[in-house]
Design a protein around this ligand. Structure first.
Ligand code: ADP
Length: 328
């Protein structure tokens, strides 16, 4: 099973949601109406979703010794995630997101990096044996860019490990992403991130059009700038996804899935974790044909669609059994 390993590098958060009628003004103390906590962080979400589907996963992350860090560690263990590349850092808080939501859905969010801000390249070096035996390395942009760059470069030193980047949250300085993309095989973006990347090219600036013709044009610029990149997947929410490969161009994968969406938070991470799972599951087949990509994307989009039928992020992610039993 080790040869089917998925390794995820990135942050782990503890999310705290406080619900109120109105957001408090500076200096004001008000009563809240509800409170919820959840595990969060894009790396954590993607890793847990892949593990829920049955993949062997390892996470390279840093956790605080505080009560939240202890809970996050237990969550990984409960999902059979390999914890040998988790470093516990003393004297720093956990990565915490404090989210205040009012009755109109408006929110105020404060994110404290905590243990996620303590990553060094040594943490990645220490995880090299795991990266080297992984089929996939997944990165997002919630931890420092130089750490992601280091991890992606390290993974590309061996022929076996394919790299996936989900450039979210997209940094203001897009040149950072440009450098990262030199070491990325598979790029997964939503339509906003896709348009941001396309805007590197003067002719696509301000063009938000996501019909296939425009996407094909924009992706040509992206592929010509990044020679390592072979596959680009653009998620379009309830509409489906577009698969764009260097060799076969654009394929629209319409979503024929009918679900009642109650909360789409974390749907992108569910899609990423599921895609990684289905890619490694079919990795014993001789080659990644266009059809194989389409099949994996369709399966991942089914999982992500199930996730939007429930509230929360990880709490809404289905296990493989729940996917098999789900009636669309
Ligand atoms: P992000 O959450 O990163 O903005 P998207 O909104 O494109 O990304 O959603 C990611 C994936 O989640 C989609 O490709 C789709 O598979 C699934 N998804 C999101 N919203 C819905 C929805 N309303 N109905 C069904 N599936 C959805």
């Amino acid at each position: 099973m080790n040869d089917r390993l998925i390794t995820v590098v990135g942050g782990s958060n503890w999310d705290m949601f406080t619900y109120t009628k109105e957001l408090p003004k500076a200096g004001e103390t008000i009563k809240g109406t509800d409170f919820k906590t959840s595990f969060g962080g894009k790396a954590s979400n993607q890793c847990v979703q892949a593990a829920l589907l049955g993949s062997k996963c390892s996470i390279i992350t840093k956790l605080s010794q505080d009560i939240f860090g202890q809970n996050i560690l237990k969550n990984y263990k409960d999902h059979n995630v390999d914890c040998s590349n988790i470093t516990i850092v003393p004297d720093v808080p956990s990565g915490i997101a404090t989210i205040i939501v009012d009755s109109h859905g408006e929110n105020e969010i404060i994110i404290v990096g905590g243990s996620n801000a303590t990553f060094t390249t040594t943490d990645i070096d220490n995880a090299k044996p795991t990266i080297d035996k992984s089929l996939l390395l997944l990165c997002q942009l919630e931890i420092a860019d130089e750490i992601n760059l280091y991890a992606l470069k390290l993974a590309k030193l061996n022929k076996k490990t394919k790299t996936i980047l989900n450039p979210s949250p997209m940094p203001k300085d897009l040149n950072l992403v440009k450098e990262l993309l030199e070491y990325v095989d598979i790029l997964v973006v939503n339509k906003h991130e896709f348009n941001d990347l396309a805007a590197f090219d003067e002719q696509h600036k301000g063009n938000q059009n996501t019909d296939l013709k425009h996407m094909e044009e924009k992706s040509k610029s992206i592929f010509s700038r990044h020679t390592q990149l072979n596959v680009l997947i653009v998620t379009l929410g309830s509409k489906g996804q577009v698969l764009i490969t260097r060799s076969n161009g654009c394929t629209m994968i319409e979503s024929n899935i009918n679900v009642v969406a109650v909360d789409t938070t974390g749907a992108g991470d569910s899609f990423l974790g599921s895609l990684a799972h289905y890619l490694v599951e079919s990795s014993n087949e001789p080659e990644y044909t266009n059809q194989k990509w389409v099949d994996c994307i369709k399966k991942a989009s089914k999982v992500a669609a199930i996730s939007v039928t429930k509230y929360g992020t990880q709490t809404s992610y289905p296990s493989i059994k729940q996917v098999e039993d789900f009636k669309f």
